[in-house]
Ligand binder design. Structure first.
Ligand SMILES: Cc1ncc(COP(=O)(O)O)c(C=O)c1O
Length: 400
């Protein structure tokens, strides 16, 4: 053991603790739901999960996962092209393409892997990526892995985007292309990308558009098909990436949905596809069932929307001023990171699990409590959570 190596990490950890930014893992003893059992605390109400549709504990999702485990076992113990791929992967991918209204789709073990595994391939040497400044870390890392030039535009600012596109068009090498990348729903703000403006500018400057809709899938759009559906832009967005680890079952997994040509090229050359195992069959089957539930039972999405309105309106009535938005993410800006963490701890003392986010996840001074709605919450859960918010708001001085 190299003592100096470990001591350096220990010192960095102590510094985080002294700054009040230390994150503590909370262990759950039951499934993710509106309420679940937390170790050493008992039952808590969950306002911090991306389990938007409440499907992570749905009996049909669980049954489908178990059946796939029985049929296929744990996995192939290898990479898809080397050792074969399960037929459930093809079934899932065909369903995801239908759901996203694209020619084809390809699953990954996470959306992190989908972004970092596809971006370097879709934009390489001689191309230029134009990216929103608040894009998710997995997009940022995907861009870092790419050998392309990059330009960052101010968050959702169409004037800034056009400036960057003009620059890019002027600098583009012969045969190169421009790829605009944006989150569909920004995870820390809860706001939707201005996709109509982005697509219009892309068409004007001959750029392609890639949308990571991890927080939009199953949430936005008339049928929950995401931000592209919300704006009626099907067929005008080139690449959609998303997760299966939030609304669509909540276990894990991600995907890229696009043209057949893009998907075929990812199968051939995307590094996680050719150097890493596939999504476990049980997880693929659970996600497939989640997509089918979303498509066949509109009451699930309706419940999410009702609960989102109840939470947002209730918080406003109490005197909070959450950021406006059309997603299921309702952030309350509180300022300092330590304040957000303390507020989240006080909520937990009252049996409500809602997470505070601070620097470096969000810019310094804009720490927040991120409230997330779920179809899994009952009206009683929401009432109890709002009561706790009122108490903590007054105790911390956020509410007068
Ligand atoms: C916008 C966005 N993209 C990608 C991811 C990563 O998804 P996964 O958990 O499937 O890797 C997240 C998760 O937080 C996200 O919010």
């Amino acid at each position: 053991m190299n003592d100096k190596f470990h001591a350096r990490r220990g010192a960095a950890n102590e510094e985080m603790k002294s700054r009040g930014t230390w994150k503590t893992l909370q262990y759950l003893e039951g499934p993710m739901a509106g309420r679940t059992a937390m170790e050493n605390r008992g039952e808590v109400i969950i306002l911090s999960s991306n389990n938007y549709l409440g499907l992570s504990n749905h009996p049909q999702v669980i049954a489908a996962s178990k059946a796939a485990l029985d049929r296929y076992g744990a996995g192939t113990a290898s990479v898809r092209f080397i050792c074969g791929t399960f037929s459930i992967h093809r079934e899932l991918e065909e369903e995801l393409a239908r759901f996203a209204r694209t020619e084809a789709a390809l699953s990954y073990v996470s959306c992190w892997a989908a972004n970092t595994g596809s971006i370097p391939l879709l934009a390489g040497k001689g191309d230029i990526i134009v990216s929103d400044e608040l894009n998710h870390a997995s997009i940022i890392d995907g861009i870092r892995l790419s050998k392309t030039a990059r330009k960052i535009y101010a968050h959702s600012d169409m004037v800034s985007l056009e400036e960057k596109l003009k620059e890019a068009a002027g600098e583009l090498a012969e045969g190169g292309s421009i790829l605009i990348i944006t989150d569909g729903v920004f995870s820390m703000e809860g706001d939707l990308a201005k996709l109509p403006g982005i697509v219009e500018l892309a068409e004007k400057y001959g750029a392609a558009v890639m949308v990571d809709d991890s927080h939009g899938t199953g949430v936005t759009g008339a049928n929950g098909r995401g931000t592209v559906e919300h704006y009626g832009l099907e067929g005008r967005v080139d690449v959609i990436t998303s997760t299966l680890g939030k609304a669509l079952g909540g276990a894990a997994g991600g995907y890229v949905a696009s043209s057949r040509a893009v998907i075929d090229s990812l199968i051939q050359s995307s590094r996680p596809q050719i150097f890493s195992n596939a999504l476990p069959a049980s997880v693929a089957a659970g996600a497939l069932e989640a997509v089918r539930l979303l498509e066949n039972d509109p009451s699930i999405l309706a419940r999410l929307r009702e609960n989102t309105d109840l939470l947002r309106d209730g918080l406003k009535k109490l005197g909070f001023n959450p950021l406006e938005g059309e997603s299921a993410i309702i952030p309350i800006i509180v300022g300092k990171t330590a304040f957000a963490i303390d507020m989240s701890a006080k909520m937990l003392e009252r049996g409500v699990f809602v997470t505070g986010f601070g620097f470096p996840v969000v810019p310094e001074g804009t720490a927040r409590i991120r409230v997330q709605a779920s179809a899994a919450l009952s009206s009683g859960d929401i009432d109890a959570a709002l009561e706790a918010f009122g108490e903590v708001g007054r105790e911390t001085g956020l509410l007068g």
